[in-house]
Design a protein around this ligand. Structure first.
Ligand SMILES: Cc1ncc(COP(=O)(O)O)c(C=O)c1O
Length: 414
């Protein structure tokens, strides 16, 4: 378990051995583009100038390293130390900026002038539009029509930043369909366009590349925890949509056998209702968006629609490295329902004065389920580190409806 290579992909993008998880299932037209990207990426990461430019942009522009905050009220209530990695404080409000600054910098290095992206919650779209403005690139963002409605504020942000937002009507009109549409664009525009993939899923090299651009989350958190508490956390937790913030956190801890790793998927209305996005807990092995991974599918192998109150977790697949970490038993993945996530959303706001993204609230809800077990096993000095992947401003519309805040205000006005 302590061999780092064990967790990495081979040169063809397979995690857990050839044919296991990942790979590249793509139309012929994109294979050479993916080959070109694989070579350019490896070349860039071996170039100290590229690495320095990436790290410089993170520090000067994106406001990283993000702090590691000890949530004192929650810790007292749950009997363990609860540490929050504050990715919500990054520029544009989520971990996503790390990934896009890396990919946009690589786009410049490859001499391309346009980027495309898909987005669910809109955070990756906003981050892509931001990075495009920063690096002087044209930007088009594909977004399911349903998501354009539930994340209208982020659509406005992207447009203000100069990006073109294309609403996608096909399928369930959510993230999966936006990815299909972006892939169609890329086939036709690959000579001058880079596809800024938003999560650690998709065909090789995206899962490895996105992981490497986001792994600063875990590297920083690990060092911050050691510096402040003199030891590593007993457990780390993150929410899992496609898996970028989770793999960004987990990577630093994979070889730390005493640190348990937990990923929390969207359990929606409850896994038993069929209305959820708990891909690892309730899906099976299949191929989606170019990778072999866990997929929500029917008995004919057709991908089925997912559901979550959070647009960013509403995806019927998951990154292949998570599939491998789950199958190998190194990480544990559990569903968290909409109800549990919204309770954690409200609790964090009221106890610590932090309004988290609903995605991140899934991580917190899962961690709070784990906390009493950890307290019983290890006592009050146990450390539980939770990735707060983003801030909740974008989710205020959902919160207004969910907690009926708008209607109670209307009532007061009468
Ligand atoms: C704040 C936030 N957290 C988490 C996610 C889920 O994505 P991933 O699983 O790639 O981290 C999103 C996606 O939009 C997001 O906006």
């Amino acid at each position: 378990m302590t061999d780092k290579l064990q967790w990495d992909a081979d040169e063809f993008g397979w995690f857990g051995g050839a044919g296991a998880w990942g790979g590249r299932f793509m139309p012929e037209a994109l294979v050479s583009a993916l080959d070109e990207l694989t070579v350019a990426y490896a070349d860039a990461m071996a170039d100290p100038e590229f690495v320095a430019a990436f790290e410089g942009a993170l520090v000067d522009y994106a406001n990283v390293p993000s702090p590691l905050y000890e949530a004192k009220h929650l810790s007292a209530e749950y009997g363990v130390k609860i540490l929050l990695k504050r990715e919500d404080l990054n520029h544009t409000g989520a971990h996503k900026i790390r990934n896009v600054l890396g990919q946009a910098l690589l786009t410049k290095r490859m001499g391309k002038t346009r980027v495309i992206a898909e987005t669910g919650a809109g955070q990756h779209g906003v981050a892509s539009a931001t990075a495009a403005a920063y690096f002087g690139l044209d930007c088009t963002v594909y977004m399911g029509r349903v998501d354009t409605e539930r994340q209208a504020l982020n659509v406005a942000r992207m447009e203000l930043l100069g990006a073109k937002v294309v609403p996608v009507e096909s399928g369930s009109a959510t993230l999966k369909d936006a990815i299909n549409e972006a892939l169609r664009d890329w086939v036709a525009s690959v000579d001058h366009t880079a596809y800024l993939f938003g999560t650690a899923a998709g065909p090789h090299p995206f899962p490895s590349m996105v992981r490497d651009f986001t792994r600063g989350i875990g590297d920083e958190a690990r060092a911050q925890c050691l510096a402040k508490y003199g030891r590593l956390p007993d457990a780390v937790a993150a929410c899992v949509g496609g898996g970028s913030n989770a793999i960004g956190l987990f990577t630093a801890f994979l070889d730390d056998a005493d640190t348990a790793i937990y990923g929390y998927e969207a359990g929606g209305d409850g896994v038993e209702t069929g209305k959820h996005a708990a891909t690892i807990a309730a899906g099976g092995a299949g191929v989606l968006h170019g990778a072999r991974t866990y997929v929500l599918q029917d008995e004919d192998g057709q991908t089925i629609e997912s559901h979550s109150i959070s647009a960013g977790l509403d995806y019927p697949g998951v990154g292949p490295q998570h599939a491998w970490l789950a199958a190998s038993g190194r990480a544990t993945y559990e569903p968290v329902t909409d109800t549990e996530a919204m309770a954690a959303f409200q609790l964090l706001a009221r106890t610590e004065g932090i309004i988290p993204a609903i995605e991140s609230s899934h991580a917190l809800a899962g961690a709070l389920r784990l906390a009493p077990k950890l307290a019983a096993e290890k006592g009050e000095d146990a450390i539980l580190l939770v990735n707060l992947s983003g801030r909740g401003d974008k989710d205020m519309g959902t919160a207004l409806d969910y907690f009926e805040l708008a209607s109670s205000r209307k009532g007061e006005a009468k």
